[in-house]
Design a protein around this ligand. Sequence first.
Ligand code: PLP
Length: 301
Amino acid sequence: MDIKLLNIKFDSVKHKVLTNLSLEWLVARFDLIHPIVSGNKLFKLYYYVQDALAKEKTTLVTMGGAYSNHLAATAYYAREHGLKCIGLVRGEKAQYISHTLQYCADLGMQLVYLSRTAYTQINEGNFHQFITFCREKICFIPEGGNGQKGTKGASKIMDAVSFLNPDFVTVAVGTGCTLSGLLYDKTSQTKIIAVPVLKGFHDLEKNMTDLLGSKNQLHFEVFNEYHFGGYAKKNEILLQFMNTFYNENNIPTDFVYTAKMMYAIWDKINEGYFPKGSKIVSIHTGGLQGNLSLPTGTLVF
Ligand SMILES: *Cc1c(COP(=O)(O)O)cnc(C)c1O
């Protein structure tokens, strides 16, 4: 899979509220790239995998939770390139394996469960201390691909939408790595809107400066109040929004990331945040496989 060759589809959201405010709201359908390696994950992984192949590594090692889109994407990507892969999973092994981890295992990812304490101690800087053999064969990818290579890969997302000259580009934020990619080009006049899906996420600016360098002028705003109680938390209002948004626009969203981001943008549109005549492009970062953890019948799609 080569990100240079990707053709991204843009869907226009239609609503009389938008017409009345002369707003153009487009959704960049990165979710359509692939059912599993969808959205931003492919971009964030791209340079890690290229580097691993160039250095003749045999094994990718990365980390994530039981529902991690990143683990699923890494498992798929590794297999596509004939690389072995190991997933370090946060938390003890549960009685029932999640559909995400099952998918990873089916693709050949070796799953290693770590206690939360052990898990939080491992990062890109110290990973190799934990490995006593085959070090030269292993490529470590930080959780969520959150690192310089992830940023560089995610910058290609912006390259794919900047031809539209949007006034605003909006994105859901987990680690913030995708956001850093959108901010990579310092000459861009587009304002980036970040919608964190975690509660109490306050070190976003620090992560941005770590990834992009402190001298940069960062042109982004954070809508902090749309986490719906925290990571992977949801309520009836969010689920109803997802169903309505799908019925009206034929765009599926996932309850962990993209639904919260779209909800936030829709709410801010109604509050009059966006100046008349603005063009807003929302990045659909994928993640739809996460909806499989919902009871059947919850969603209309
Ligand atoms: C991982 C993920 C994000 C968040 O990306 P970060 O780079 O970690 O901020 C957003 N949307 C979806 C669907 C994801 O899977």
